[in-house]
Design a protein around this ligand. Sequence first.
Ligand code: AKB
Length: 319
Amino acid sequence: MKQIIVTGSRGQIGTELVTELCSRYGPEKVIATDLGTHTDFKCEFVELDVTDRTSVFNIFSRVSPGTVFHLAGVLSARGEEQPETAFNVNLNGTKNVLDAAISSGTERFIFPSTIAVFGPHTPKKNVAVDTITRPVTMYGITKLFCEQLAEYYSRKGMIDARGIRLPGIISHRTPPGGGTTDYAIDMIRSAVARRKYTCFLKKDTRLPMMYMPDAVNALVKISEVGSSSLLHRTDFNVSAFDFTPGELETELLRHFPGFEVTYRQDARQAIADSWPASVDSSCAEHEWGFAPQFDMQRMVSDMILNLRPLVKEGRSAQT
Ligand code: AKB
């Protein structure tokens, strides 16, 4: 088996995906890359800025990987604050990684897209894969373009590209940064730390979500499945459940009676309002067996179980 390169490996999903890939295939098979230097990974780590085309080409020609998981990206809220950076990282960075992967003969390009590819003209509920995609955020626009670019190269037979449109991903290990769905993690962390929480979205804003173990499994699964079963390529909707901040508050109150949430919306509300409330994951289920294990209640219980020791140790549960 050839080696695997992971970009954006120090991010929320990257840290957990690298750990899973190391335990499945062995640390010698995984090269984690990202900005910065320090990691606890068992595998080799290479400092890499995906916008630096020469460095991206250098690592791909040295490693000649079989698969790349391209996770480096700027999320929705940060993308609206820094649209130039989002454009550069999400679009130019992805083009660099795709070009370097193709020129080094990489077989598979695995890519997390997002529900942000949808926009206000998309139907709200149980949204199909092949529906209106007219995003209104820089994050959504760049991700949609990259879905289509990767699919274009795939159709031309230059690389086997696969992508999943992730919803909000909830996890306890590495905090997310700059997303709109981050409120859910912040709210759970606040409840566990017995702090009040001020939510930046309205109480009734419904968004699709998924727990990290299901997201990691989905990425690994889509990277392993044979091509013959795939009718779609880079645009699979995947989601495990959906909820509103109000519903999450109610669930947390069952564990922490007295937990207090106030609602004060900010600019992120407009981003959330442009996204679907729920998506239809049936293409992913039928074409490659997507089958999430965690519902909302199990996710909340597992988050609490994992966050409690951090609070007891006195480590801040703040993101
Ligand atoms: C974000 O909130 O920006 C991300 C996403 C839904 O893609 N979590």
